[in-house]
Design a protein around this ligand. Structure first.
Ligand code: DP6
Length: 318
């Protein structure tokens, strides 16, 4: 009873920030993401009668505490569906920096949901796997799918593919990580705190619907300028809302601002480049494939890690 799955990371172009239902982990805002080539998590799950408890090894070191609890919670759902009592050994590796705000929980929980269901011999649709992954981490619901993916706010949502990777293969993301240190505040906690304390939260939530619609339209029309402008708008409004919590949550570092200004200078020089940021200080630059090397070389001096990615594949069993 064992299986290995690979899931790729994703970056939200329209952000999820806030929960409509905390226990069910239902987003309060619709999100639209691109699944990334090159950045993935590989997870092996083995249910084993000789084990007395679940274990979780991430990048060759044993994980306990909150990360193990989140893994066990997902495994419990799978065990319940499969009518299985066995504990599991979970081994996971990311091929990119972990826990620093580069969406490792998205690819991690997507790979875990797929590998655990396969190992327990459950046959589920990708939608059902996406719901299991969403309950662990909402952004993970999107990593089950290839290309461009939406996640809505209705009850118990699954993510849906908006367009396959082949729809716009020349769209690129330059992932510019400014540090390899762990992020200061988890997104799970930070978005609940934002909802509870920011006077701007309801405006953020209401406005996010039309920004997500602009992102969807831009993707379907392959309009990089509209996509870049809408994605920047979503990121800045999400961060503005987090900053307006009490106490405020500020993920940016001085290097984040340097990179934002690099993007502005690229645009002044006539290169189509737009930024987005998640729950960390890193900047992801949206651009056309032909400009990736120019952009990567420009930002490299500010960064601990740079990776160029394109729309990537769905999660799969190896
Ligand atoms: C800023 O999916 O990590 O990356 O559901 O609590 O696990 P939980 O949160 P998570 O939040 C991701 C927030 C974001 C935006 C996004 O990916 O949509």
């Amino acid at each position: 009873m064992q299986a290995t799955a690979i899931a790729h990371s994703n970056i939200a172009l329209a952000k999820y920030w806030g929960k409509r239902d905390v226990p069910g982990n239902v987003p309060a805002t619709p999100s639209v993401s691109v699944t990334l080539s090159h950045l993935h998590t590989r997870t092996h799950v083995m249910f084993d009668p000789s084990l007395n408890e679940d274990s979780f090894r991430l990048n060759n070191s044993i994980s306990t505490g909150e990360p193990l609890l989140r893994v066990t919670k997902l495994l419990n759902e799978v065990r319940q569906r499969a009518n299985l009592q066995l504990c599991a050994q979970v081994t996971s590796e990311n091929n990119f920096p972990t826990a620093s705000g580069l969406a490792s929980s998205a690819s991690g929980f997507a790979a875990l949901a797929m590998a655990a269901c396969k190992a327990s011999r459950l046959t589920l649709t990708t939608q059902e796997l996406s719901r299991i992954a969403r309950r662990a981490s909402a952004s993970a619901a999107r990593s089950l799918f290839e290309g461009f993916v939406s996640l809505d706010t209705y009850d118990n949502p699954a993510a849906e593919m908006l367009a396959p990777a082949s729809h716009w293969p020349s769209l690129s993301l330059v992932v510019a990580a400014v540090t390899l240190a762990p992020k200061v505040e988890t997104s799970t906690h930070a978005m609940v705190h934002t909802r509870e304390t920011s006077p701007y939260y309801s405006s953020w939530k209401d406005d996010a619907v039309s920004v997500a619609q602009d992102v969807r339209t831009a993707i379907l029309n392959r309009d990089i300028q509209q996509l870049g402008e809408a994605a920047e708008c979503s990121a800045l409004r999400m961060h503005a809302c987090a900053m307006s919590a009490a106490p405020g949550i500020l993920y940016w570092s001085a290097k984040t601002l340097e990179l934002i200004h690099c993007v502005y200078s690229l645009r002044r020089a006539g290169i189509g480049a737009w930024f987005t940021m998640d729950a960390g200080p890193h900047v992801k630059i949206i651009c056309e494939q032909k400009d990736t090397h120019t952009i990567a070389e420009l930002v490299r001096v500010h960064c601990a890690y740079v990776q160029i990615a394109n729309p990537g594949p769905a999660a799969y069993i190896t």
